[in-house]
Design a protein around this ligand. Structure first.
Ligand SMILES: [Mg+2]
Length: 435
């Protein structure tokens, strides 16, 4: 039965929002795509560090384990080449994130794929993608660099929102931006206090959170709510009433509400300690991003204003030694393998290699045909060991850790296939010619 995406919160995330890939981004910018892909393949087994949106995703996915039904689905939606993207999938497995779906779309705008995936929240480092998503009425945030320390709270998902142009529409923000008069803004809000504000881009997400909070079956072991929300807005004085009456009209409660006037949002946010903070204005979001994970909602009259100085030029590339991948996920199993007939062997290898054959026209690339021809006459137990080793390269299921056979580089394919035979030889206790 097809998986029904309509009834879950589908979050699409780019791999560079989920993981800290700043070093890799710089290789791409400075040395080009080929160098970038080669670097990712060479480091395929070295997990990325956690990125800005990692705590949010981990917290959202935890709700699935607390609930009897699936509440959240996370999809990696990436501009990466699949060869480079595999490192992200390996990292997903390393951190044991309950995330199984991915799409690698190259240079195609991801906005095209938001409707078929039923995406309700997009988190990305790509500004055009975020703007297009918001234009298509999908909540979206442009992810800043990771803060000095990522939120480590694991028992409760904590999300902080700005009000205007995030939860609420940008109508009132426009009044202020057009008049640049706090007095005019206050008068507008007083006059409209009884009129609930229209939905902003994150209103639907906030309502979804409120529903989860209201469900008494979704609770931590100690009975507490697994989500806590905060409103952190620059509104104060006469502009407060309309917020309270709007949320009342919506039937949505926010756990903590801060009406700050001129007070710095960043320190309040640090004290609230959210997994993420959403704000439409760089002037608030940029300082906050140094202390807590932050995303900018590129929406409303200030969407084009950038107040941050250009990022400092990073230092030289430091390539640390590759960390070994956990042994339990690698290598052949030690249990004796059932012998494999020539026919099963050829069929299975063809299936695996077809994943690497352009156009999938049923004709295998010559290098793979040769590999099958060279190995099918080995003993049944050696065939079993080779087949088992090759499962690691099966592209039909990217949800488990699987390295790839590079499609373009003859030498890399040859080296990997030689390793398959070498490992299989070790597993079957045989003495095989490795040439
Ligand atoms: Mg705002």
């Amino acid at each position: 039965m097809p998986f029904d995406l309509d009834n879950v919160l589908v979050v699409a995330i780019s791999s560079s929002a989920l993981f800290d890939a700043r070093e890799e981004d710089r290789i791409f910018r400075e040395q080009g795509q080929r160098a970038f892909i080669d670097y990712q393949i060479a480091n395929e087994d070295r997990p990325f560090k956690k990125g800005t949106a990692f705590p949010l995703i981990e917290g959202l996915l935890r709700l699935n384990t607390l609930s009897k039904k699936q509440l959240v689905e996370v999809v990696i939606l990436s501009h990466n080449h699949p060869e480079a993207g595999l490192r992200a999938m390996n990292s997903v497995e390393h951190y044991r994130l309950g995330l199984s779906r991915a799409a690698f779309v190259g240079s195609t705008p991801v906005a095209r794929y938001l409707p078929p995936y039923r995406v309700k929240l997009l988190l990305s480092r790509n500004e055009a993608d975020v703007r297009q998503a918001l234009a298509g009425r999908v909540a979206a945030g442009l992810i800043y660099d990771p803060p000095a320390q990522l939120c480590a709270e694991s028992n409760q998902l904590r999300i902080a929102f700005d009000g205007d142009a995030v939860i609420f529409s940008d109508e009132s923000e426009r009044v202020y931006q057009q008049t640049k008069s706090l007095q005019a803004f206050f008068e507008h809000e007083k006059a409209n206090a009884q009129k609930p504000m229209a939905d902003g881009p994150f209103a639907a997400f906030l309502r979804w959170i409120a529903q989860v909070q209201a469900d008494s079956s979704i609770r931590n072991q100690d009975g507490s709510s697994p989500i806590r929300t905060a409103l952190v807005t620059a509104r104060n004085g006469p502009a407060v009433k309309r917020v309270i009456l709007t949320l009342r009209a919506w039937g949505v409660a926010i756990d903590e509400e801060f009406f700050l006037g001129g007070i710095n949002k960043a320190e309040i946010l640090q004290a609230f300690n959210p997994h993420i903070f959403f704000d439409d204005q760089d002037v608030h979001a940029a300082p906050a991003s140094r202390l807590v994970s932050t995303a900018r909602v590129m929406y409303g009259p200030t969407a084009d204003i950038v107040s941050t100085p250009p990022a400092t030029v990073p230092g030289p590339i430091v390539v640390t030694a590759a960390q070994p991948y956990e042994e339990s996920t690698r290598g052949p199993t030690l249990a004796p393998l059932a012998p494999v007939t020539k026919k099963v062997f050829e069929t299975r290898l063809r299936e695996i290699f077809l994943g690497y054959t352009p156009l999938h026209n049923g004709v295998l690339d010559a290098r793979y045909r040769k590999f099958i021809a060279d190995t099918r006459d080995r003993s049944a137990s050696e065939r079993a060991a080779i087949m088992q080793e090759l499962q690691r390269y099966d592209l039909s299921n990217l949800t488990t850790h699987k390295p790839m056979l590079n499609r373009e580089r003859e030498d890399m394919v040859a080296a990997k296939l030689a390793r398959v035979i070498a490992k299989a030889a070790g597993a079957s206790q045989g003495s095989l010619d490795l040439k």
